[in-house]
Design a protein around this ligand. Structure first.
Ligand code: 4NP
Length: 158
């Protein structure tokens, strides 16, 4: 499971952290390889944005991953590549190797149980309420994603 956004310091590391916590809670960690990446490289090596980490910490989620750029090898490494918005989607699909992996790329919010425009808005340039909005959106979407995959792959704990 690879979550992808632009900088890999706000949305995708949040999705990675929340999904990993939900998978762990469900006792399914052995079944998933969970990571995140950015289509851009500016923040490679950095921890998530301090505002994103603070918001997540307020909900009991600690974000520890370091940013990295999406690489063509991710198409063969991950069965599911979940992008945060349509710009990420077109960037990923324009990467070398996309021919063989395009069917693995989906909008993350296709799993959102609430109606929306299919995209997780980038909170980077906005205020703190944007981070809270993104947190709840990612949390409910991640929860539905895990429920659907649990059924699709007939996973059960233990
Ligand atoms: P993210 O947010 O894609 O959710 O990590 C961004 C972080 C940094 C930049 C853009 C978006 N940036 O341009 O530096």
């Amino acid at each position: 499971m690879l979550f992808v956004c632009l900088g890999n310091i706000c949305r995708s590391p949040l999705a990675e952290g929340i999904f990993a916590a939900q998978v762990s809670e469900a006792g399914l960690s052995d079944h998933f390889d969970i990571d995140s990446a950015g289509t851009g490289s500016w923040h490679a090596g950095q921890l998530p944005d301090a505002r994103m980490r603070e918001t997540a910490r307020g909900h009991g989620t600690t974000l520890v991953s370091r940013a990295r750029q999406f690489v063509p090898g991710d198409f063969s490494e991950f069965d599911h590549i979940l992008v945060m918005d349509r710009s990420n989607q077109s960037d990923v699909l324009a990467s070398p190797g996309a021919e063989s992996g395009a069917d693995r790329v989906q909008l993350f919010r296709d799993y959102d149980p609430e109606p929306g425009d299919g995209q997780v808005p980038d909170p980077y340039y906005g205020g703190s309420e944007g981070f809270e909005t993104v947190y709840s959106m990612v949390e409910r979407t991640s929860s539905r994603l895990l429920a659907e995959l649990t059924e699709q792959y007939d996973l059960s704990a233990g």
